[in-house]
Structures are given as structure tokens and as C-alpha cells.
Write a protein that binds this ligand. Sequence first.
Ligand SMILES: *[C@@H]1O[C@H](CO)[C@@H](O)[C@H](O)[C@H]1NC(C)=O
Length: 552
Amino acid sequence: MNVGVAHSEVNPNTRVMNSRGMWLTYALGVGLLHIVLLSIPFFSVPVAWTLTNVIHNLGMYVFLHAVKGTPFETPDQGKARLLTHWEQLDYGVQFTSSRKFFTISPIILFIAASPGDETRTVLMTSLPGRQGIIYRVSMLILNKAAGVFSKPSRREIFEFLRSFNFRPGNVFLHKLVLGIETSCDDTAAAVVDETGNVLGEAIHSQTEVHLKTGGIVPPVAQQLHRENIQRIVQEALSTSKVSPSELSAIATTVKPGLALSLGVGLSFSLQLVDQLKKPFIPIHHMEAHALTIRLLNKVEFPFLVLLISGGHCLLALVRGVSDFLLLGKSLDIAPGDMLDKVARRLSLIKHPECSTMSGGKAIEHLAKQGNKLHFDFKPPMQRAKNCDFSFTGLQHVIDKIITQKEKEEGIQKGQILSSAAHIAAAVQHTTACHIAKRTHRAILFCKQRDLLSQSNAVLVVSGGVASNLYIRKALEIVTNATQCTLLCPPPKLCTDNGIMIAWNGIERLRAGLGILHNTEGIRYEPKCPLGVDISKEVGEAAIKVPRLKMKI
Ligand SMILES: *[C@@H]1O[C@H](CO)[C@@H](O)[C@H](O)[C@H]1NC(C)=O
């Protein structure tokens, strides 16, 4: 008598796929496999999809078409012993829902793994890539549930590997750029990687030397660059622990700036490029300033940038890595230069509270103690409805007032006026209003021409003067009134530095723009405008700027 016969008729394989929740469990299983693959460092999304697909198909082949019988049941299996699972499914009946499910699931996975993001987005709207729901939810679960599986950002991974003195640069074709800056009075260098990680940096400032001579003397600056450049580049490289052979390229400021200073940086870089056989990326100093924000914040093009420093003053629309529209610039001197001149005229260096401060900082500090309404300086260029700036007129007016006050108080030139704080407050306020008004017009112009987003445009303010909190507040009033976001890089990155040059090199490498393998005929350019100048068009639009209450 064969006891097993009655049981062997009920083959568990035939109905296992019809159990409650089986499809969901199956999908979750495949999902889990994909998540685990995604969480492995250096597996990109397409790689993870492909592996999920391959592993799933192998599993399907083994369990559905290779293995025969009922492996988890010991009793007699009857004729099932000779059949694969696919044949046993639903007692061999065709076109059942289980069979359809098994037929469709590899097709769906194949589409998910097929190359081309467009296909995936169109066909798999529920399973997008790294930005998608699956990725976010799975990362949340993994991060919460098991720290072991958490996927740190690429930057952290590289830092982690670096801590073992491991160089991912070579292994994963990670981009590393050495940036060199000598356009004015700072000799600076830095090594930056593709993710915006600053691996090494060094800077030598000539400010002190030039303070003594009352301004930059180009031959002196040139000599100081020559004396320091080798050491500064070496320092940046050695702190980065990157060997020169690992660099992807060398990026150097070649325009605009002081001719003698630019020359030192360029000839040093060309020697290095020749010696190391690396590509060379010539950098536009102002473009580098404008793009610095992208090293820290995820700012998409287009955005508006206001560069205000001791040497620069301009408003531009940034549309791409090397696509700029110049909306306006200073017709004479830069605001930082003007503030420095006023500070010098007021002899603030002799003021007990300001003796160690730069001119601009001294004005900002003293202004807090003064009444900005004590003097009424008219903001410059009120009738010109464009985005240009002017500061010499204001500087002359202040000069006259100071001379007049010195007479009234009966003091010599070089002594501190009792009204110095009021003058500082008034000049800072007038400067802030002038800058704010021009920026406001630029925002309105760009929105009117649909060059900027109507509701979430970004204004980036950079340059040394950007760290003046009063001026920044004035700009915040403008961005608040125009539904814009105001962003400022930290002070260290607002002034001249090597990091921004290296970062611009990275941006250009990624975009494949301006990478030279042959440096023949490359020259520095002391004068070089930023982008396409449309300031005339801006002036012709004659946009009237609504009055804003500058309650700062
Ligand atoms: C701008 O708006 C923000 C948020 O509404 C507010 O906190 C801030 O004080 C405003 N700034 C100025 C200068 O009005």
C-alpha cells in the first residue's frame, strides 16, 4: 500500500504563487535586492538596475526552469519529480495570473535596466533613479535601520578612503584640479576634487606690503608673486596629499588682472603643465568668482550675480559655465575702493577701535555708532535707469564735506573728526542704497525678459564688499520684495583665492569647455570683459524701480 499517494496529489508548488500576499512579497524581495545593490559604494543607478535584472533572471532560470520536483518536501513527489517548477505551476494550466506575473516581471525589470534615462523615466515613472521615491525611501530605511548599510555621500567615501592614504583619484577616474591665482595681490593655490572637496589650499597675501605704500605697485606685486608662487603651490599640493601625477588638469587665472601679476602665474603654470604633461585650463577671474557658489550650494543656471569688491563691481546673469550676460558695471571705481579711500581720508587707521581693520571694515564698524541721516548724500546716477554703478562722484562729495568739517572743528587733516561715525554711517547707507537699486533693476529686467525664474530666482553676492552686513541687509530687502533667494559664499571664498580657480577648472572639465592640450600661443589678458555686454539694452528698457523702505 502506498500511503504517500493521496498527499503527492497536493503538490505545494502548484499553488504557492496563489497564496495571499505572494506577489507583493516577490516584488519586495526584488526591491530589497535592488536597494542592497544601490547601497554598495561606486555602484551607479544603472549598474544597480542591471545587476538586479541579471540576478533576478538567473534566479528565475534556476528556480523555474532548472530545478525539478519539490525541493522542500520530503514525501513522494509523484510525477512532479520530473517536472520543473514552471511546468508544475497551476497544474500546468496556461495563461493563469501567476504565469502572466512571471512573464511580465522580467520585462519590467529589463526596461528598468535598459540604458537611457528617458526610456526609464517614461516607462518606469514609479521607479525613478537616485532622486526617486524608491531610492529616498530605501535610503531612509537603511539609514534608520542599520548604520552598516548607510550610503554616505561620495564626498564622505572619498574622505574615508583618503584617511587610509588610499587614492581614489586613479582608481575611479576622480577629477582633481590644481588652481593657481595671481591676478592681483594674492598668490593663491588649491586642489579641489569633483565633489567640491577642498583637499589642499595655500595663500600668500601681499596686503600688508601694499598698505605701507598706500596701494598696489605692480612691479612690487610681481616680485612678491615670483618669490612665493613655488612655495604656495607646493604647500597646496602637499596638504592635499595628491601627487602631481594624479591631477586631471591645472587651472590658472589668465584674465583680467594686473599684467605683471598674471604673467607670473601663467609662466609658472605653463612650466608645470609642460613638466607634468597635463591639460591646461585658462580661467577668467570674474567667471570663477561668479561660479564659486556652486561649490557649496546646489544652484542651477541661470542665476544673477553681483560682484562687489575693492577692484570689481558688476551685475551679470550666469546662464552656464561660460555663458554670461553683463547687465551693468561700475563706470569708474569699485565700491570697496571708494570705502577704502573714505576711510583713509578720515584717518580711521588712527582711530583706537579701527587701527587693525581694513578701510571697508573700519567704515562698517564705525557706522554702527553713527547716524546715517546726519548727512544727506544723494545716491549716484539716480536718473540713469540702467544697472551701471558710479562711486567717484560720491567720494568727491564726501571729500568736500570732510574738508568743510575739518575747518569747522578747527582740526588738521589726519586727525579724527568728531562726526567721523556719522560720515561713515551715511556713506555706507548711500552705497548700500545705490547697489540695492541697481540690483533691483537687474532682477526686474531679467524677470521681464524671462531670463530668470519668476518665483524662485537666485541672487548670488560675492566679492570682499559682500561681507559688509549692512549692504547685505539692503540686498535682502530687495530679494525679499522680489521673491528671490539671496546667497553669499563665506568671506574666505568671497575674496581672491585658489579654491575658486580650481573649482572653475572642475566646472570646465565637467562641461568639457576650454580644456587645452596644447598651450602654444596662450597669453594673459589684463582687460577682458565678462560675457556678452547687454548693459545698453538694459538702459534702453529704462525700468522704473519701485521705492523700497531701506529700514536696515
Ligand atoms: C526677509 O524675509 C525673511 C523671511 O520672511 C525675514 O526673516 C527677514 O527678516 C527679511 N529680511 C529683511 C531685511 O527684511
